[in-house]
Design a protein around this ligand. Structure first.
Ligand code: FEO
Ligand code: CA
Ligand code: CA
Ligand code: CA
Length: 571
């Protein structure tokens, strides 16, 4: 702690206190505005937002979707294109006239399907601040029904075949799009997380299942009733009695070209199937593409893909993300670690099964069970990467769904981990494609005002910067790391003094961490990108409570823009 305090702060703001109210707070000298909210019209023919009904089904694929999450900015022909995820639909808000928001018709289901997925919007800074460019040809909605191409080694495998797509080569829609990434060639990576919740099983005569399907359902959390979306009752694609392989076509990393509104998104099976958080793509010194990925479930793993081919600017990138090796992380207690390749030799599974059931492959090689790996980000100034391990109430309590041991281990050192931590690793030889690394914990969140010992947190946590459940994370170009939280905002007990969910910024060198923003109560803060000139920061406010931001009947997840009053660069 003394070392952190002795250094000169690199932060260009005075840290703010916690808040427990229903608005956004930023430091003195900064301001914020809404860019866009759930239900805002995007595409020709869209109706204005209606907070009695949550909008019509007919208009639902023409408006900004709900529950904004990962986002990236793409500069193309002088225009700025934001690609933004819509992770899930809060049923009670999207179907406010239905009891408990339970869908009662195919139309209700279609509306939910349309309000999730992703959006591409062209934005510009005008006299009235940042706005969506109305009528831009780039504005696009991608939903649970948008045609996608399947690519990579799992394509065509019997586990990928369905009645509607007997060849197993194309699928409809992208699901539970949580974190995001950006390729070196300027495309968007959207990451499918809790896809299991959309499926259920009716009492239709069951179609025979291939070997391994039931074990896969168990490991990935497929259930007969699903999570209340009721898709399976009105859209048989989601009825696992009739379409047992449909869930295998979700849980992937999807590449979208935001510069071509007619392009077909591609699901890259070589990057594995699990509950993806984000996808952090970086180049190795030899220009192979390295993609780091977390699997956000208690006791699941961290992964890395390394391409066989190399990226050469100006040349085709077709197939680059479809040919390579998927690895899983093993952390040793002596602060070293290694990437274990998932191959037929190491796992006893065939090449496609390794990808479709990556979790089972990870268990087979003895990967380290983690405390819910969320976003991974790489430092632009150093060859190092950080991963938010958000929390894990099951650590040391019960094994993961595959029966793997979850006793405390090196980077996951606390039982019933309420607070979360950020692990950092430095690949050997300054090469993200190296198979070995050294690791340490950048921060252990905690509460030094109510605990002594490990639950007080690491030395860089004090009463003035407490938080829990780090989730979103992104480095800026100066090498500061921005940390967003999705945790307990009760502000009591173990969480007393932490207030609402928030965004902090960390100095990787000194360890200093300071609070930059707090969100309205009930929300999580997730998704972060910058304008091309870095004078504006776009931040996602997901599932706010109350009636934020416009005081209407329904709270609306929104993207906000933060600027400095003097219009200086942020970060
Ligand atoms: Fe959708 Fe793991 O957060
Ligand atoms: Ca997240
Ligand atoms: Ca989370
Ligand atoms: Ca979320």
């Amino acid at each position: 702690a003394s070392e952190a305090k002795a250094s000169v702060s690199r932060f260009a703001f005075t840290p703010i206190p916690t808040h427990t109210d229903s608005t956004v707070h930023v430091p003195e000298g900064y301001n914020w505005k809404i860019l866009t909210s759930w239900g805002d019209p995007l595409i020709e023919g869209a109706e204005a937002f209606n907070d009695e009904t949550g909008g019509s089904a007919a208009s639902s694929d023409k408006v900004f979707g709900e529950n904004t999450d990962g986002m990236e900015n793409f500069v193309y022909q002088g225009k700025q294109l934001l690609a933004i995820n819509h992770e899930f639909a809060t049923r009670k808000l999207n179907l406010p006239l239905n009891e408990e928001g339970i869908p009662k018709s195919a139309e209700d289901v279609l509306k939910l399907q349309n309000l999730q997925g992703a959006s591409v919007i062209e934005v510009e800074d005008s006299e009235n601040g940042w706005q969506i460019v109305k009528g831009s040809r780039f504005n696009r909605r991608i939903t649970h029904n948008t045609p996608m191409k399947l690519a990579g080694p799992a394509v065509g495998h019997p586990l990928m075949q369905t009645a509607a797509d007997p060849a197993g080569v194309q699928s409809l829609g992208t699901f539970n799009n949580c974190g995001s990434g950006k390729t070196p060639w300027g495309t968007y990576l959207t990451c499918e997380e809790n896809f299991n919740g959309y499926f259920g099983e009716t009492d239709a005569a069951p179609v025979a299942r291939l070997d391994g399907v039931d074990a896969g359902y168990k490991r990935y959390g497929l259930s007969k009733d699903g999570w209340g979306y009721e898709y399976h009752k009105f859209d048989e694609r989601f009825d696992t009695a009739k379409n047992p392989n449909e869930p295998h076509r979700m849980g992937w990393i999807v590449e979208i070209d935001p510069t071509d509104p007619t392009s077909t998104p591609v699901k890259h099976t070589a990057l594995g199937r699990f509950k993806h958080e984000n996808a952090e793509a970086v180049l190795a010194p030899d220009r192979r593409v390295v993609v780091y990925m977390g699997d956000d479930e208690r006791g699941e793993f961290m992964y890395r893909f390394v391409s066989n081919g190399v990226y050469t600017p100006g040349q085709s990138t077709d197939g680059l993300l479809d040919d390579g090796i998927l690895y899983v992380a093993k952390f040793n207690d002596d602060l070293t670690g290694e990437w274990l390749p998932l191959t037929p030799q190491s796992t006893g599974m065939d090449a496609a099964e390794i990808l479709i059931f990556s979790r089972l492959a990870g268990s087979a090689v003895g990967a380290t069970t983690m405390d819910r790996p969320e976003w991974i980000s790489t430092n632009p100034n150093e060859v190092e990467a950080y991963c938010c391990l958000t929390n894990n109430k099951n650590r040391g309590v019960k094994p993961n769904a595959g029966g793997d041991d979850t006793s405390v281990n090196g980077p996951n050192p606390r039982e019933t981990n309420n607070y979360g931590q950020i692990v950092r690793w430095r690949p050997h030889n300054e090469d993200h494609a190296s198979d070995t690394f050294d690791w340490d914990l950048y921060v252990m969140a905690g509460n030094p005002t109510v605990h002594d010992g490990p639950n007080a947190g690491s030395d860089n946590i004090h009463a003035g910067n407490m938080f829990n459940s780090p989730d979103g994370m992104a480095f800026d170009e100066n090498g500061l790391v921005w940390i967003q939280t999705d945790g307990n905002d009760s502000n009591e007990g173990d969480f007393a003094g932490m207030g609402n969910n928030q965004m902090l910024v960390g100095d990787p060198v000194s360890g200093e961490i300071a609070r930059f923003m707090t969100g309205p109560n009930g929300c999580e803060v997730t998704g972060l990108t910058w304008s091309a000139d870095r004078r504006s920061m776009f931040v996602g406010i997901q599932h706010p409570g109350g009636n934020w931001p416009d005081g209407g009947k329904l709270p609306r997840s929104s993207v906000i823009v933060i600027k400095r009053d003097d219009d200086g660069v942020i970060g």
